[in-house]
Design a protein around this ligand. Structure first.
Ligand SMILES: C[S@@+](CC[C@H](N)C(=O)[O-])C[C@H]1O[C@@H](n2cnc3c(N)ncnc32)[C@H](O)[C@@H]1O
Length: 298
């Protein structure tokens, strides 16, 4: 009887040990999940002060002109990049410092024609960049953002998605740190951009700060220079005063024409800008109103 109980105990022990024996498939699975969790950045860890003065000098590198920009670093798959290369999404961390130097010089001829055509200016956490990239797999989408932590977040998320998604979506998405108001013209050539998005731009309420608004006559001339004929500018905001300002400045600029609702029928981007971005989602959650306008470059 005693022996039986000892045997039973032993057997239980063996069963427990068996239960504890590593099941390799489970281990592999849990390590993949852990790896995925590690790769996918958490938004909360990347928050930072909202306002940076866009009129200040730029304390981080920027290219002298478009010849110094190497788009291959951002979209390696579009330049026959290897998987390994593709996972090294260019982001502005200490490991991958953003530099524009002699390595990419005016004689650089690796452009191959591929360059971003959809720009999300002030992309924040990049919601629209991801949605555009998914909906337009053949277009290169670029988020431009002045705040470094947000650029790191978006770049890390792109890296994670490129590794995780088996069909290699998001190879057409990238994000760079730049002050678009000062340097956008140094990245792109004349008449090469198809769409520019300004979603929930900083409103700069005070009259003395209106010159910091990202839509104004001077900047619009730069955007018109970069856009292809019939290229589009999309604006959305929850601040009525800013909407009126943006619409007014676009309407009186001789290179832009407002598109009517009929002309916008079937343009999926009009829907995408509503709820893709973090700000757009916040406004929806709070039951706020959104104003949009879309203009075409003449
Ligand atoms: C109110 S947030 C909106 C972010 C995003 N578009 C959204 O809808 O969630 C405005 C963003 O524009 C960025 N920004 C402001 N001025 C900028 C500039 N001159 N160049 C690039 N980004 C800028 C800010 O850092 C901020 O992330």
């Amino acid at each position: 009887m005693e022996q039986e109980s000892i045997n039973k105990d032993n057997n239980n022990h063996i069963e427990e040990e068996d239960n504890q024996k590593p099941d390799h498939s489970e281990l592999e699975q849990s390590s993949t999940i852990q790896k995925k969790q590690r790769l996918m950045p958490k938004r909360g860890e990347y928050r930072m002060r909202a306002h940076i003065n866009p009129l200040n000098d730029t304390p981080f590198p920027y290219p002298l002109n478009p010849d110094y920009v190497n788009w291959k670093i951002h979209y390696p798959k579009f330049f026959d990049g290897t998987d390994e290369e593709n996972q090294k999404v260019f982001c502005n961390t200490n490991e991958h410092p953003q530099t524009y130097d002699e390595e990419v010089n005016p004689l650089y001829n690796g452009l191959n024609g591929a360059q971003p055509v959809f720009l999300d200016i002030g992309c924040g956490f990049g919601g629209l960049v991801f949605n555009l990239a998914k909906n337009f797999p053949e277009k290169l989408v670029l988020g431009l953002e002045i705040r470094d932590k947000l650029v790191n977040f978006v770049s890390e998320k792109i890296r994670a998605l490129r590794i995780e998604s088996p069909d290699h979506k998001y190879n057409n998405a990238a994000c760079i740190r730049t002050n678009a108001m000062r340097h956008i013209i140094q990245y792109f050539r004349k008449g090469t951009i198809e769409k520019m998005f300004f979603c929930f731009a900083d409103p700069h309420f005070k009259k003395s700060n209106h010159r910091r608004r990202i839509i104004n006559t001077g900047f619009l001339s730069e955007y018109a220079f970069l856009l292809k004929p019939k290229g589009r500018i999309y604006c959305i905001t929850d601040v009525e005063d800013l909407h009126n300002w943006q619409e007014e400045h676009l309407a009186k600029h001789r290179m832009f024409r407002k598109l009517s609702e009929e002309e916008l029928e079937g343009d999926i981007c009009v829907q995408l800008i509503q709820d893709s971005t973090e700000e757009g989602q916040k406004v929806t959650r709070n039951g706020g109103k959104k104003w949009t306008c879309v203009f075409e470059r003449i």
